[in-house]
Design a protein around this ligand. Sequence first.
Ligand SMILES: CCC[C@H](NCc1c(COP(=O)(O)O)cnc(C)c1O)C(=O)O
Length: 306
Amino acid sequence: MSMADRDGSIWMDGKLVDWRSANVHVLTHSLHYGMAVFEGVRAYKTPEGTAIFRLQEHTRRLLNSAKIFQMKVGYDADTLMAAQCEVVRANKLESCYLRPLIWVGSEKLGISARDNTIHTAIAAWSWGAYLGEEALAQGIRVKTSSFTRHHVNVSLVRAKASGYYINSILANQEATALGYDEALLLDTEGYVSEGSGENVFVVRDGTIYTPDLASCLDGITRNSVLQIATDLGIPVREKRITRDEMYCADEAFFSGTAAEITPIRSLDDREIGSGARGPITKQIQETFFAAVAGKNPKYRHWLTLV
Ligand SMILES: CCC[C@H](NCc1c(COP(=O)(O)O)cnc(C)c1O)C(=O)O
C-alpha cells in the first residue's frame, strides 16, 4: 500500500487536512531540485501515555536546517512542537514515527526561487524497527559503500536536507542489491562517516568511539548514546575511525531515530567481535529503550507527552 493511500490526517501549513488530500503540484520547486528539510522523530508508549522523544532537539534541528538554506518558515518552534503532538493525537497513535517536512512551493522554477512559498507539513504513522525486529537483537551485515559521504563544503551537513538523501539512496541500494542490510559511507578522506540513515559507533577494549561531526549528521540518538554511555560510566571518545579499525573492533552499532540502536554483526564480511550483539551494545540498547519507554526517570526530560 502506498504511503498516500492511508487514512488519517496530516498537519499542513497550519491545519489538519485529510491524509489523502495532503498533496502538492508536480511543479513544486523541491520536487525538482531537492531543497527541502525534514526530520525523523519517534513517539513511544509510556506509563504516562504517548510521548515524543527529544521533541525540542528535533524541532530545533528542523528550524536550523531551514535557516541554513535561508528558507523562511512561517511557524516557530512552539507551534511546530504543538503541531507534532496534535498529529499524534489526531491519528490516535500510541507509538509512531513522525515526519515533519518543510519545502519550497511551485510559484517559480528558477534555480533560486526566493519568492516561492515555504510550506510545512507533519505526518505520523506506525513504523516498527527500521532495519527489522530481529536486527535489533541479531545485528546486521553492513557493506562499505563505493559512494563517499558529503564534503562539508559540497553539502552543509548540519542540515538534514532531502536532496542529500540521493547519496544515501545510492549507498543503501548498492549494499542491499549485494545482499547486505545497510551501507557504511566513508568521508572524502576515507575515514568512516556514517550509515545511509544512521550514525555509527564502535567499541574497543571497553571504550565507545564515534566519528566527530565533520561529515555526518549531528544525530539526536547519537547524542543520547553519548549521554547514556557517560551515565553508565563507559568511556566515550570522538575520533577518526578507519574501516579496518571497525573490522577489528569488539562491537559496533548504528544509532538513529528510525534504526534506534542496531548492532552491526559484520562489515565487508569481516565479523565484528563474536558477530553477536556485544555486551556494551546490549547495555546501551536496553538503557535507550527504557528511556524512550519512560521507564528510566533519569531521562524523563527527553520525553514530551502528547
Ligand atoms: C530513513 C531514516 C531517516 C532518519 N535518519 C536519521 C539519520 C541519522 C541519525 O540521526 P537521528 O539520531 O537524529 O535520527 C544519522 N545520519 C543520517 C544520514 C540520518 O539520515 C531517521 O528518522 O532515522
